[in-house]
Design a binder for this molecule. Structure first.
Ligand code: F6P
Length: 544
């Protein structure tokens, strides 16, 4: 179908012509699309839905869409002004409207002289990387352990990247991540450390976050209790923050700053990346940035038809709003990416978990899916049962890496075979007839064969995406993360929401502050006045 020539710049998706066309297309062709038939009909299907982006090859052919769906989704993106919105973000417009901020994490990975705020960005980057190299000179620095104290965006990025790039990491420096205000997080970490050889990074954009401030205070006290002088705090505690004043008040002298236009969940490229830089060194950190920058260029320049983050974001919209799928499972077949699902949960669900549009109008359609997962093959022995035979259809995103960084080729071959097999099994399924013809040695011998065959059949036609990296290098990982960032931008832009604020975290924080004095020692301890009966009952029980 063709759209009017003069399209309004930024319609919300449900006001577009393409949205209505997609609804019709879903009823006529989308709902009943069978992947097995689609592959049988079109021997070129793999090629038609294969895509090459910087460092990432994507096979989108096992998704429940066809060429017409893709074309309509691209029309949808155009009608929603995706390109205009993207260009506005890249140009530094204050697209985070509720906070009046620009959204410029892309500037953090632009080569020197090429991005906005280049001088400021590269001044901090140079200083941070020089500091990281000093720490990495362990003979001179004496540092063997680095503890990052931060939460959310000040934790999840480094906590995901450091193990992912283990093969590139300094062999004599251990990185620890403390985020939870529950003392069971920091206590065992401190137990294993020697204060003389430990560097603490207090990572907090605001330097006010309850969890981080509480853990930093515990770490400082532990450091002093270990016999270190207060004057040593300056050498063993550094800050990564936009609030340098608060860091100084804490006693921190070395601070690496960043800016309000870096969202927390988009901040691993900034000073928040310091633990990464210490782990992998300056050159590798620059390679991480370069990979992300390559993906930024792809997002900015590739036609929508071959723009990987755009197509992934549009597929998300197709699944969420037309098929009605409510979650997506991420299965990285690389143990190094074990924290990727947690990282993506914040990136995607904090960005797009919104129920009003950018103008504050209630949304009549679903937004962020639940994002969840575990590395393969572990997930196979846990919840893949549900993916294969459960009542819900859950699109799965596989991430495979062609070349390992270890020498156990046979293990790697097995991991890859499992990854491909799972995607295949989800799609192919198995009929009862096929199951009937098979032997099932572990099945009950007394069970009627037809009943057993029903238990052992698989519906199939379950969609999946395969993202394939050549190697998990810093550059490839940078590109992969930026791919996810831009994909989230795409679906958020189509839904017309502000993907860059997070007001939904405020209420719980405020209520916690009100409850604290009722739980802690002091005059208000045990006071349940004004509380709902459940909270009051629980509080009484906790204090009994
Ligand atoms: O949970 C809300 C949040 O503001 C996240 O967006 C952010 O990444 C996290 O808290 C940590 O904030 P800060 O870096 O300011 O400590």
């Amino acid at each position: 179908m063709s759209l009017p020539a003069a399209r309004p710049k930024a319609l919300r998706c449900d006001a577009t012509v393409a949205w209505t066309a997609l609804q019709g297309h879903y009823q006529a062709h989308g709902r009943a699309l069978d992947l097995r038939e689609a592959f049988a009909r079109d021997p070129q299907r793999f090629d038609a839905f294969a895509l090459e982006a910087p460092e990432v090859f994507a096979d989108l052919s096992k998704n429940r869409w066809d060429l017409a769906t893709r074309r309509l989704l691209i029309e949808l993106a155009r009608e929603c002004g995706l390109e205009t919105r993207r260009d506005a973000m890249l140009a530094g417009a204050p697209i985070n409207s509720t906070e009046g901020r620009a959204v410029l994490h892309t500037a953090l990975r632009a080569p020197r002289g090429q991005g906005l705020f280049s001088d400021e960005v590269h001044e901090v980057l140079d200083r941070m990387l020089a500091f990281a190299e000093q720490v990495r000179d362990t003979a001179a620095s004496g540092i063997t352990d680095v503890v990052n104290i931060g939460i959310g965006g000040s934790d999840l990025g480094p906590q995901m990247v450091v193990p992912a790039l283990e093969a590139f990491a300094h062999p004599a420096i251990r990185c620890h991540f403390v985020s939870n205000v529950d003392g069971h997080d920091i206590a065992p970490v401190l137990q294993r450390l020697d204060a003389r050889h430990t560097l603490f990074i207090v990572a907090s954009k605001t330097f006010t976050t309850q969890e981080t401030m509480a853990n930093a205070a515990v770490a400082r006290q532990w450091f002093l209790d270990a016999g270190r002088a207060p004057a040593d705090i300056a050498r063993h505690f550094v800050g990564a923050t936009t609030n340098q004043k608060a860091a100084a008040e804490f006693g921190i002298e070395t601070t690496f700053g960043f800016w309000d236009w870096v969202g927390g969940r988009y901040s691993l490229w900034s000073a928040i990346g310091l633990p990464i830089a210490i782990a992998i060194g300056a050159d590798n950190f620059r390679a991480l940035l370069a990979g992300a920058h390559a993906m930024d260029r792809h997002f900015a320049e590739a036609p929508l038809e071959s723009n990987l983050p755009v197509l992934l974001g549009l597929l998300d919209v197709w699944y969420r709003n037309f098929h009605g799928f409510t979650s997506r499972s991420v299965a990285p077949y690389h143990q190094g990416l074990k924290r990727l699902p947690a990282y993506l949960q914040q990136l995607e669900m904090e960005s797009n978990g919104k129920c009003v549009d950018a103008d504050g109008q209630p949304l009549p359609f679903g937004t962020s899916p639940v994002v969840w997962g575990e590395p393969g093959t572990n997930g196979q022995h846990a919840y893949f049962q549900m993916l294969h035979q459960g009542t819900d259809v859950i699109p799965v995103e596989f991430i495979a890496v062609k070349h390992p960084t270890h020498d156990h080729a046979d293990l790697h071959t097995k991991a890859l075979a499992n990854c491909l097999a799972q995607a295949q099994a989800l799609m192919q399924g198995k009929t009862s007839d096929a199951a009937l013809g098979e032997k099932a040695p572990t099945a009950s011998a007394t069970l009627d064969p037809l009943t057993l065959a029903r238990h052992r059949s698989f519906p199939g036609n379950r969609p999946s995406t395969m993202l394939l990296l050549d190697r998990l290098t810093p550059r490839a990982l940078g590109a992969l993360i930026a791919l996810y960032e831009h994909r989230v931008f795409t679906s958020g832009a189509v839904w017309g929401i502000n993907s860059f604020d997070q007001w939904g975290v405020e209420l719980g924080k405020a209520l916690c502050n009100q409850l604290l004095p009722r739980l802690a020692d002091g005059p208000a301890k045990g006071d349940v006045a004004g509380l709902d009966a459940s909270t009051a009952g629980l509080l009484r029980r906790l204090l009994a």
